[in-house]
Design a protein around this ligand. Structure first.
Ligand SMILES: CC(C)(COP(=O)(O)OP(=O)(O)OC[C@H]1O[C@@H](n2cnc3c(N)ncnc32)[C@H](O)[C@@H]1O)[C@@H](O)C(=O)NCCC(=O)NCCS
Ligand SMILES: Nc1ncnc2c1ncn2[C@@H]1O[C@H](COP(=O)(O)OP(=O)(O)OP(=O)(O)O)[C@@H](O)[C@H]1O
Length: 332
């Protein structure tokens, strides 16, 4: 029905849209305002734009009041995965009925883009990665395998089965800043775009109250914080951090553990840049209590937290595209 709206013809006394069609689609004017300033859409077009206005208001209310994007960051081996595990795992318990949590993990994305396209192809055919329970979120064309093989030519980074051996790669990049920056230059743009698409997917197609993104290099990457309404930083004291890293990765020498810790922004700065700090220097039971407190606090404040910039962009982008397409259809 929008196609029957006549093309604007300034000066001929008919219809003139200017930018009013855009403003109107945002709900800034009522149809009567338009009539009074001499700009008119057909009744059908006005009805449709009015309904769209309602849809976007509802979407805004849905995103702003019932979903919150939270970033989880912190030092290496400080407990980000443990915190996200507690947040997601406790949903299955009976007393956990007030809010659901969706999880996106940047490390998982980083691991999957290292795989050769042929391996990702077989995962996408089967729907999920058969070696782990983690769904494959990366498409074969998003693999950076060949770029990395070329960038690390002359270095032994492959395992006997022809995939990238992350331990070998790690031992190169964590002791050589230049190599690490080279790896980051190749991997980070891909991780960023896949993370963005996962967030958009969560925003549009999930009913989760919290979407938690585990992003170890949130501040180092310098480009991601704006996506999130809240940032949580998981920290421990330096001795505990070193000890847990060694316990979890016994294959690393003390020097390699030190290199990994030093390759990240220092924890004091990360704490300053975050909204909430969880100190995980104590026991796992203490961590569970702290995470539960934080979760309750966020759920309680959800209404007042507002929109992250990504959510605002989604809203504006969605309504602009509808407005533009309605103008386009009105001219065809
Ligand atoms: C270097 C790689 C091959 C080592 O793999 P490995 O399985 O041994 O470690 P894993 O990926 O589990 O990372 C463990 C932790 O190391 C830290 N870390 C990973 N990459 C980096 C990096 N480029 N700079 C600083 N710290 C890093 C993070 O805290 C991460 O949680 C791998 O981490 C990688 O490909 N990194 C580049 C991509 C990246 O920046 N990932 C972090 C996600 S934002
Ligand atoms: N409170 C705790 N008490 C004892 N061990 C813990 C505690 N919290 C975490 N750990 C252990 O410390 C190690 C590091 O924790 P975890 O993997 O959650 O850290 P991370 O921040 O996700 O690490 P990375 O930066 O490498 O992704 C793991 O082996 C985990 O089991």
């Amino acid at each position: 029905s929008l196609s029957c709206v006549p093309l604007s013809e300034k000066g001929k006394g008919d219809y003139y849209y200017g930018f009013s069609w855009l403003l109107q689609s945002y709900g800034m004017f009522c149809p009567s305002d338009f009539e009074s300033i001499g700009t008119l859409l057909s009744p059908d077009a006005m009805a449709i734009l009015f309904s769209l206005r309602l849809v976007f208001v509802c979407l805004g209310v849905h995103l702003g009041e019932s979903m919150c994007f939270v970033a989880l960051t912190g030092g290496i081996a400080c407990g980000k995965s443990s915190v996200s595990g507690i947040l997601v795992g406790s949903q299955s318990s009976d007393n956990y009925q007030d809010g659901t949590v969706g999880l996106i993990c940047a490390d998982t994305i980083a691991h999957q883009i290292l795989l050769p396209p042929s391996v990702l192809e077989s995962y996408s055919v089967e729907g999920s990665n058969p070696t782990t329970v983690i769904a494959c979120v990366v498409k074969p064309k998003e693999s950076v395998f060949f770029e990395l093989v070329a960038a690390f030519e002359g270095h032994d980074i492959l395992s006997p089965n022809g995939t990238i051996d992350r331990t070998k790669m790690g031992s190169i990049v964590f002791r050589d800043g230049e190599k690490r920056r080279g790896l980051n230059r190749i991997t980070h743009p891909k991780i960023f775009s896949i993370l963005m698409s996962r967030l958009v997917h969560q925003a549009l197609f999930s009913n989760n109250d919290l979407v938690v993104a585990d992003v170890p290099l949130l501040f180092e990457s310098g480009k991601l914080s704006w996506l999130f309404a809240i940032t949580i930083c998981v920290v421990t004291d330096p001795v505990t951090q070193f000890h847990r890293l060694q316990l979890r990765n016994p294959e690393l020498s003390p020097k390699e553990c030190e290199d990994r810790i030093n390759s990240q922004l220092n924890l004091d700065l990360k704490m300053k840049l975050s909204d909430i700090v969880i100190d995980n220097s104590g026991s796992l039971d203490e961590l569970k209590d702290k995470v539960e407190d934080v979760r309750r606090d966020i759920m309680r404040r959800l209404f007042g937290i507002g929109l992250s910039l990504l959510q605002v962009l989604l809203l504006i982008g969605g309504s602009t595209s509808i407005a533009i397409s309605s103008k386009f259809f009105s001219q065809t």
